[in-house]
Design a protein around this ligand. Structure first.
Ligand SMILES: [Zn+2]
Length: 253
């Protein structure tokens, strides 16, 4: 099962690559075939097998022999490892619930990956992606986590209000409105009290990296860094490790 999950992750990773490249440009995702970035030749089906094609072609285009971007196989591997991680957390059993749970987390992690990289590069979070995350999470938690449903909705609403406040106070310079829209899902996904961990992680890492970039002269203090990637990474860590982090830090207070 772990091997199958790994293969599934490679395939989904290859699809996520397409989404990240094409979604911000509004290009067709399903019907437009991929082509070489250099010679523009349309790639064969055999060249599109995740990871395997790259290894088989030794990382070069079949036609012009120029090196293919390493980001494609690396990204497929990253997705595959994340899928295996999710599978180990929510392994499949005979119940229908475990099937839905695994599917939900595969979907959530995939969409979060797309948001992470699109926001990093283009400074936008497509509304459709936020909507998918929010609706599936509402449905999944209503169905299988009824005992946490109300408290998670409150966590989402509280987190969103906080972000709305920060957005208004900084007049949109600290973060975009896309972050505000995403924050409801983040609050539900992490739940209380793990959402506090998410908040700290997102702001600490965001502020720290900004300081490092500014001091290295890579960014001016005024130029904005997308906040979404920090939020997404913090949501992931907070969801899976929030409880351990809270236990760890509560020793010191
Ligand atoms: Zn080529």
């Amino acid at each position: 099962m772990i091997f199958l999950t790994f293969l599934l992750g490679l395939a989904v990773g290859s699809f996520i690559n397409l989404l990240i490249d094409r979604l911000p440009k509004g290009e067709d995702i399903i019907f437009k075939r991929s082509h070489c970035d250099f010679c523009r030749k349309t790639l064969r089906i055999a060249d599109l097998v995740p990871l395997i094609s790259f290894l088989f072609l030794k990382g070069r285009c079949r036609y012009c022999r120029r090196p293919l971007s390493l980001k494609y196989p690396l990204f497929e591997l990253l997705t595959a490892f994340l899928f295996v991680f999710v599978y180990l957390k929510y392994p499949l059993s005979a119940s229908f619930e475990s099937f839905v749970t695994l599917f939900y987390y595969f979907l959530a992690v995939s969409v979060l990956l797309v948001i992470f990289f699109i926001d990093l590069r283009h400074h936008i979070i497509p509304d459709g992606l936020t909507l998918i995350l929010t609706l599936t999470t509402l449905f999944y938690q209503w169905l299988y986590l009824p005992q946490f449903f109300l408290s998670n909705i409150l966590s989402g609403a509280g987190f969103m209000l906080l972000f709305l406040f920060l957005f208004l106070v900084t007049r949109g310079r600290g973060m975009g409105f896309g972050d505000v829209k995403l924050s409801f899902f983040i609050g539900m996904f992490a739940g209380f009290p793990k959402i506090i961990v998410v908040f700290y992680l997102a702001f600490l890492t965001g502020a720290l990296l900004s300081l490092i970039l500014v001091s290295m002269g890579k960014k001016k203090l005024k130029s904005t860094i997308a906040f979404g990637p920090f939020l997404v990474a913090a949501a992931f860590v907070g969801h899976f490790y929030g409880d351990s982090l809270i236990r760890f830090f509560s020793q010191f207070v």
